[in-house]
Ligand binder design. Structure first.
Ligand code: IMP
Ligand code: MG
Length: 175
């Protein structure tokens, strides 16, 4: 099935300049400290890839994988698709997400707790998008790109049934 295009919510240049701003802020905030960006697969892969290339201080990155969505419905449970393998003890970690919606992924995955048990120095959260209207579990986002309305979005890593992640902009998916 092919789709010609989606109504644009955030253009490629809006996304890229926001990513540059976030990278600049992070680079300033972590001067002289170690830094590990921990991306959540699959959605955050493109955001992390762009973000890390705009960060100007030494930085490591890794990914963990969680899956909570099928189509445009949150499943209500979180499946682990890639476990954390990095040695995170003593690291300043920034979790990188594409979007915070219900907050279930972060909550039910127990990622924050398992990082804390592994002896990380600090944990912060960076998300490109925030959809506060559907929040179930409170989440504190330290580095945020954009707050959006309660619409289902695709592109720049975000998918519908695995598709449209490769769009360079963020579009509104209407079934
Ligand atoms: P949460 O667990 O409900 O906060 O949702 C987090 C995950 O759900 C994100 O990392 C996305 O993978 C997915 N998600 C939530 N809203 C959207 C959307 O509008 N488009 C695509 N994926 C979404
Ligand atoms: Mg995701």
């Amino acid at each position: 099935m092919e789709r010609a295009g989606f109504e644009c919510l955030l253009s490629e240049s809006e996304v890229q300049s926001k990513v540059a701003e976030l990278a600049q802020q992070i680079s300033q905030d972590y001067v002289g400290r170690n830094l590990l960006l921990l991306g959540i697969l699959n959605g955050a892969a493109l955001f992390l890839a762009d973000l890390v290339r705009k960060i100007t201080i030494p930085v490591e990155y890794d990914f963990v994988g969680f899956k909570s969505y099928s189509g445009s419905e949150s499943q209500g449970h979180v499946e682990v698709t890639k476990e954390l393998k990095s040695d995170v003890a003593g690291k300043n970690v920034i979790i990188v997400e594409d979007i915070i919606d219900t907050g279930r992924t972060l909550h039910q995955s127990g990622l924050m707790q398992s990082l804390a048990r592994s002896g990380v120095a600090d944990i912060k959260l960076c998300s490109l998008l925030d959809k506060p209207a559907s929040r179930i579990h409170p989440v504190e986002i330290h580095y945020l790109g954009f707050t959006i309305e309660n619409v289902f979005v695709v592109g720049y890593g975000l998918d519908h049934n695995g598709l449209y992640r490769n769009l360079p902009y963020i579009g509104i998916y209407r079934p």
